[in-house]
Design a protein. Structure first.
Length: 114
């Protein structure tokens, strides 16, 4: 299975975006899937995760603004982002938790303008 993130773009502060992480095959076997991001000059960080059973967890910086969900039938994990801030500007990636090298894709760029 390969994971491909998409849905990024340029949005004004306070706006919304929905990112998608599409699996090339079944993601049902992936126990925990997460969204990570890397801003310029910063380390990659985990922002949200979802288990196969639907349990979710979020970084404090996005709690209450982002929502992660998964649709195993569509082999897709989503990240609904709201109340976006310039600090959310980063390349967003999806991967398992813990991450595996084989699942890192190119990511999708999210840019939030002030």
């Amino acid at each position: 299975v390969q994971l491909q993130a998409s849905g990024g773009g340029l949005v004004q502060a306070g706006g919304f975006l929905r990112l998608s992480c599409a699996g090339s095959g079944s993601i049902s076997s992936l126990n925990v899937v997460g969204w990570y991001r890397q801003a310029p000059g910063k380390q990659r960080e985990l922002v949200a995760g979802i288990s196969s059973g639907g349990r979710t967890d979020y970084a404090d910086s996005v709690k209450g603004r982002f929502t992660i969900s998964r649709d195993n039938a569509k082999n897709t994990v989503y990240l609904q982002m709201g109340s976006l801030k310039p600090d959310d500007t980063a390349i967003y990636y999806c991967n398992t938790i813990p991450s595996r090298e084989i699942y890192w894709g190119q990511g999708t760029q999210v840019t939030v303008s002030s």
